[in-house]
Design a protein around this ligand. Structure first.
Ligand SMILES: C[S@@+](CC[C@H](N)C(=O)[O-])C[C@H]1O[C@@H](n2cnc3c(N)ncnc32)[C@H](O)[C@@H]1O
Length: 443
């Protein structure tokens, strides 16, 4: 790697981004792949940022970049050797989306990289495609338009066609375009202030005092938006003291919907890694009996680290399948005044945060998730005490997992009343993920 760094500035960062793309294509999650690739290298903070921007950007824009390969190459993107396809994405992404990178640097580094592989003889192909792309861009030539509006949106904003069709069907063409654009933005970095330890104003002052840009979030009283800098997050003010945790602004309105009272018995049935449970404990002033249940022991381990840092000692933790919790804990029948059910879902509201997620999820998987969510709802209802409240939440925008799921649940259970239902859509101006929550009370 040192030799790469010496050969040409920026070559190593592009090589690292290319490796991330290959790992993601082989099934790794983008954040895990990025971390693994960065750990192997000693890169300067600026280069690290370049790797992240290039890798995440090229993964997000896969459809658009493939369309250019289809248009300019002799062989379509899908039929290219994968190694070449992903490297072309790194080069094309710089040409189409990174104004500050000189076109020649984008071409030269990409050609250099292919020469270091067994595909070295394809260097002229790389050179040819990238130079044609630059000419097209300079002459204002655009990709041929597909036949219908869903395909046009899918190509322009790099969405799977099925998702583009769905969003247009739910929101209409104009709104769908805005949502798709929001999916391609770098999301704001939000934290939630731990009110048990500090006020938002005081924490804001501490961030500004060390020159970390930070501001309040409208409509989110305990949320602060921070502009990440090169300082490791764990070294930010108040981290070690448990004064805050990372949580998107949309996720911060879920726990308050449950309206937990100090002293309540509260169950968070899908709790790990604990963003919302710890919020509940904060709302309850660290009193009462809070149970955090999750099926995944490894995610619960992360949960415990987080809860300890935040100083939450009223928490109880259990690893179990919440759809069958009553089998394990028969004493919990009608036990809880409050239940939070933040179900496993397709995550379609968080595509800006997870660049690879759009290529992972399929309509068939969503149908399977809907069944899991229904089982959780049905399995947990008997644990709710009379007059108690259950909040069902997701980080998706798919109606099957949200409004339809709750409509059907209500129709099976006339003893339930819908108190409140909220859906946010990804939004360029407001920022924040797409989220859904319904609050239900049992008579
Ligand atoms: C959306 S995440 C929860 C996020 C969490 N509420 C937070 O705010 O940090 C869904 C969680 O549900 C857990 N899960 C999935 N199926 C489950 C089941 N049948 N029983 C319990 N937990 C389950 C997963 O392990 C995952 O941690």
């Amino acid at each position: 790697m040192n030799s790469l760094r010496e050969q040409k500035p920026g070559l190593e960062a592009r090589n690292a981004a290319w490796e991330v793309l290959q790992l993601v294509a082989a099934g790794a999650y983008a954040d895990v792949a990025l971390e693994r690739v960065l750990q192997k290298r000693k890169l300067k903070p600026l280069d690290k940022r370049l790797v992240m921007e290039l890798a995440y950007g090229a993964i997000r824009r896969r459809f658009f970049l493939d369309s250019w390969i289809d248009y300019l190459g002799r062989v379509s993107a899908c039929k290219q050797p994968p190694l070449l396809r992903w490297l072309l994405h790194v080069g094309l992404y710089q040409i189409f989306y990174m104004e500050r990178i000189p076109m020649t640097a984008a071409v030269n580094t990409t050609v250099e990289l292919i020469k270091l592989t067994k595909l070295e003889k394809l260097a002229p192909v790389v050179n040819g495609i990238l130079r044609s792309a630059i000419r097209s861009k300079e002459q204002g030539i655009e990709l041929p338009l597909p036949v219908n509006s869903a395909e046009i949106l899918a190509q322009a904003e790099s969405l799977p066609i099925w998702l583009s069709e769905q969003i247009i069907c739910w929101r209409g063409e104009k709104e769908a375009e805005k949502i798709a654009k929001a999916f391609n933005q770098t999301p704001p970095f939000d934290i939630r202030v731990n009110r048990l330890r500090i006020t938002p104003d005081e924490l804001l002052r501490q961030f500004l005092a060390v020159d970390i840009d930070c501001k309040k979030i409208e409509g989110c009283p305990y949320g602060l938006q921070v502009s990440p800098n090169s300082v490791e997050l764990r070294n930010w003010p108040g981290y070690a003291e448990g004064q805050w945790c990372v949580q998107d602004r949309s996720a911060q309105w879920v726990a308050p919907l449950l309206d937990p009272q100090p002293g309540d018995q509260v169950l968070d049935a899908c709790a790990a890694p604990g963003g919302k449970t710890t919020h509940l404990v904060e709302l309850m002033g660290n009193t009462g009996e809070v149970w955090a249940v999750d099926r995944s022991p490894s995610r619960l381990k992360r949960f415990m680290d987080n809860a300890t840092r935040l100083g939450m000692n009223s928490l109880n933790i259990l690893s179990a399948d919440s759809a069958r919790l009553l089998n394990k804990r028969p004493d919990w029948e009608k036990y809880f005044q409050r239940i939070l059910l933040d179900v496993p879902c397709s995550g379609l509201g968080t595509l800006a945060r997870h660049p690879d997620a759009r290529w992972r999820i399929s309509p068939e998987q969503i149908d399977e998730l809907v069944i899991v969510q229904t089982k959780l709802l049905e399995g947990l209802l008997p644990l709710l005490s009379p007059g108690g409240r259950i909040v069902y939440s997701t980080c998706t925008i798919h109606p099957k997992e949200n409004i339809n799921q709750i409509e059907q649940f209500l129709s099976r259970h006339p003893e339930l009343i819908l108190l409140e239902e909220k859906q946010t859509w990804p939004d360029l101006d407001r920022g924040g993920d797409g989220f859904y929550a319904a609050s239900l009370e049992i008579r």
